[in-house]
Ligand binder design. Structure first.
Ligand code: FE
Length: 347
């Protein structure tokens, strides 16, 4: 995947927003509604849902909770669940939902054509809506970017005591390690993980933002974290977060090989869906170029739709080659990744 060269400057961003909010409503379908379980923060998706309702007359009822909680809820509600759609982050979570039997294939040529094959379930149970990149973030002046190359190289003793990364119970790391199992095999990845653990500046604690803050505070020289956290810190309005994010630089690893590790947030139709037609319409609405640009922008993520606009900030981090691994593999190798990290002593 190559993020588009196209910029969303504040001006064009305004135009994009105006485009989204200026389309006249089509004939409203009477009494149509769709029920969405969402693991995303309400403010990150609600304006799009409101626009969808304006355009189609279809009401969207949303329940927001943690990914694991929503999955458990879908499992316990079974076929009687009122949910039609599930929106959650990480292909690992989407895979788990499919494995748990709470999803069904979405039949939509629009989705199939819009979303690259790697970013959707091969059987159509889930589709990526935004792309999340997990590169190396280093402290400017402390790390020569020429000394960086691959995730694999971070196991080199030269990095001893210099790396911050969150715990292995986090699905972002589980999915990243799963991608390495897919690329390098279990044995090589386990050796790598042991090397990485030996190079950690401190026992893992906190989330991705905490790794960035720790690096900026001098506790380590680099962190592995999702780029939208960097975007979120830069625009947080909290000066200490802004200051921390400003000393960090993005390094895209594995550019001569498989590419940087990426993941998705995505959407799935529930097994219990009673408003299937409306659910498909909403999913298709979310992959339109305007929705994609807005959704990625507000989340600090990348669009999944090739050619959709990318914000100026993301553009400033440069184009990169993304690993084109079929993301269902992240779920498939997830349990092996957890066991491997355990064996490697990754807390
Ligand atoms: Fe996150």
């Amino acid at each position: 995947m190559k993020p588009s060269r196209c910029l969303i400057s504040s001006i064009t961003c305004g135009i994009a927003a105006a485009l989204i909010f200026a389309v006249p409503p089509s004939v409203a379908a009477a009494d149509e509604e769709v029920n969405l379980y969402s693991a995303r923060k309400e403010e990150l998706i609600k304006p799009l849902l409101d626009r969808f309702t304006e355009q189609t007359g279809i009401k969207v009822n949303m329940v927001t909770d943690k990914a694991e909680t929503l999955l458990k809820r879908l499992e316990s509600e079974g076929i009687n669940s009122p949910a039609d759609l599930l929106v959650t982050v990480d292909a690992g979570n989407l895979y788990r939902a499919k494995e748990a039997g709470v999803t069904q294939p979405i039949e939509s040529q629009v989705l199939v054509e819009a979303i690259p094959e790697a970013y959707r379930d091969p059987e159509g149970h889930w589709f990526g809506l935004s792309l999340r990149a997990r590169p190396i973030l280093y402290v400017e002046g402390k790390v020569d970017p020429a000394s960086l190359s691959t995730y694999e190289a971070l196991a080199d003793p030269a990095w001893k005591g210099r790396i911050c990364i969150r715990s292995s119970d986090n699905i972002y790391n589980q999915s990243m390690v799963a991608s390495m199992i897919a690329a390098d095999g279990v044995e090589a990845t386990e050796t790598w993980a042991k090397g990485l653990v030996a190079n950690m500046a401190r026992p893992p604690k906190g989330g991705d933002r905490d790794q960035i803050a720790a690096a900026a505070a001098g506790q380590c020289d680099l962190a592995i974290a999702n780029t939208y956290y960097l975007a979120g810190m830069l625009t947080s309005g909290d000066q200490s977060q802004v200051d921390a994010a400003q000393v960090m630089r993005v390094f895209w690893p594995n550019q001569d090989g498989r590419g940087a590790h990426v993941n998705v947030s995505g959407i799935a139709m529930t097994h219990s869906a009673k408003n299937k037609e409306a659910a498909v319409k909403l999913a298709e609405f979310l992959v339109s170029p305007e929705s994609q640009a807005w959704y990625a922008e507000v989340n600090g993520e990348y669009p999944v739709l090739p050619g959709a606009e990318v914000s100026e900030l993301l553009q400033s981090w440069g184009e990169f080659k993304a690993d084109d691994l079929q993301l269902s593999k992240l779920g498939e190798f997830g349990p092996e990744a957890v066991r491997l990290m355990d064996r490697a002593g990754w807390k």
